[in-house]
Design a binder for this molecule. Structure first.
Ligand code: TV7
Ligand code: CA
Ligand code: ZN
Length: 397
């Protein structure tokens, strides 16, 4: 390794309000805020807090959330409780609550929960604006499905849109990149009419054998935002639909090629990376076969462009692997290598012990969990990249 200089010395900030952990969506719901407890414990156990600045942001206020969301929706969200909720109230259904799936339940402390994760993303964005940090991290955010007046897919408030709106006060062009296994539809929709935000999402896309589309059912390669040529947002969204079982080498190649081309052509002055961990192998809801280091390669690739970077969480439904991945990616940001043997003094060490593989280590082989056959052929991926490059020609005007 001697003589090779890695770009180092980024100032990194970690924005986390621990009160977010104490919220529960319901016992059978896949979204588990305590995965953030595990993440924080791993980060501390490896001593990463000495290489970055820690912040404990206050919750966002209703007025702050109203820079994107409708006030009527926020008023409803701020008042609804499991005790006063009326599931037959038309407002309740129209705002995305209840329904068959119960993706967005009303739980105790809901308003507190959404204000906390949103406050953390906004605090992180302010840190980038003030040049207090080069990279600002909020693992509790990344709730990319929420619309201005609609809860969707476990997301009630779109903290990403709020953070990007803040970044736009001092940046001419913001790039949004989303490696969650689901399509980042809420962020794409929020900025569909501007050329000052480019949205790029990698996700599973397709219909399963029961005829249900993979959630949210949008994000095919031909969906590039508005089609009206007078709309400034035309061509400023790129969607990369992927099939089940994609492996490390395929994903790394796809990510590097396409993200690199977008950064070169769009030349953003700030980047927001949603690093949803449900694209890992063995995720309870995901379909991909990625290992932790391949997921982290995406963070490293974006980091190496040296633009102000907001790094946020998102999905991730196998909590121990979410914690491993986000700890690894925190280390990537500060430029640290971590031992594969987990430190022995972690409070929640039992959560990482006694797995068929991966007990006691940071980098288990998740590809070996092989729950999804790889339906991505090299031919299909090359065609996908060719189509993505074709879509990017809109940027040349
Ligand atoms: C960012 N998948 C969010 C991802 C949101 C995915 C969905 C569930 C689910 C919800 C539960 C639950 C679940 C085991 C999984 C179309 C439906 C579902 C037909 C009966 N268990 C993110 C949202 C997705 C809720 N929703 O991107 C309570 O899985 O697929 C759907 C919607 C409605 C129709 N029904 C199928 O990662 C954070 N939900 C258990 C309890
Ligand atoms: Ca995605
Ligand atoms: Zn997801």
């Amino acid at each position: 390794e001697y003589g090779i200089e890695k770009p180092q010395g980024y100032s990194v900030s970690f924005h986390y309000n621990p009160h977010v952990e104490y919220h529960h969506f319901g016992s059978s719901h896949p979204m588990k805020p305590w995965r953030l407890t595990l993440t924080k414990q791993l980060v501390l156990a490896y001593g990463l807090e000495y290489s970055m600045e820690l912040y404990e942001p206050r919750p966002a206020s209703l007025d702050e959330l109203a820079i994107f969301h409708d006030r009527e929706y926020l008023n409803f969200l701020s008042k609804v409780t499991p005790q006063n909720a009326k599931p037959d109230d038309p407002a309740y259904l129209s705002y995305g609550f209840g329904g068959d799936s119960n993706d967005c339940p009303v739980f105790d402390g809901l308003w507190n929960y959404v204000s906390i994760y949103s406050g953390a993303s906004m605090n992180a964005a302010y840190n980038l604006l003030n040049k207090q940090s080069d990279i600002a991290i909020n693992w509790s955010g990344g709730l990319h499905h929420a619309k201005k007046n609609l809860a969707s897919g476990f997301c009630y408030i779109n903290d990403i849109v709020l953070a990007i709106q803040l970044l736009l006060t001092q940046n001419q062009r913001v790039l949004y990149v989303d490696i969650d296994v689901h399509h980042g539809d809420g962020v794409e929709a929020a900025f569909e009419s501007t050329d000052r935000v480019f949205t790029l999402s990698y996700h599973k896309f397709g219909i399963d054998r029961n005829g249900y589309p993979f959630f949210p059912g949008t994000g095919n390669i031909n969906e590039m935002g508005p089609t009206d040529p007078t709309n400034r947002g035309k061509g400023h969204s790129l969607n990369i639909p992927i099939e089940d079982g994609i492996d490390d080498d395929q994903y790394k190649w796809l990510f590097k090629t396409v993200t690199g081309a977008v950064i070169d052509k769009y030349n953003p002055t700030a980047i927001v990376l949603q690093s949803g961990a449900d694209s890992l192998g063995g995720d309870r809801l995901g379909r991909f076969n990625l290992n932790i280091r391949a997921h982290g390669f995406c963070v490293e690739t974006v980091k190496n462009y040296g633009r102000p970077l907001l790094l946020i969480g998102g999905g991730g439904y196998t909590p121990r692997n979410v914690a491993r991945t986000w700890c690894h990616e925190t280390a990537v940001c500060v430029g640290a290598e971590l031992h594969n043997d987990l430190p022995t003094h972690i409070p929640y060490i039992q959560a990482f012990q006694g797995e068929e593989n991966g007990g006691g280590i940071l980098y288990p082989d998740l590809h070996n969990t092989k729950r999804h056959d790889n339906a991505n052929t090299q031919v299909k991926l090359h065609k996908l990249v060719a189509q993505a490059m074709e879509n990017l020609r809109y940027l040349e005007g």
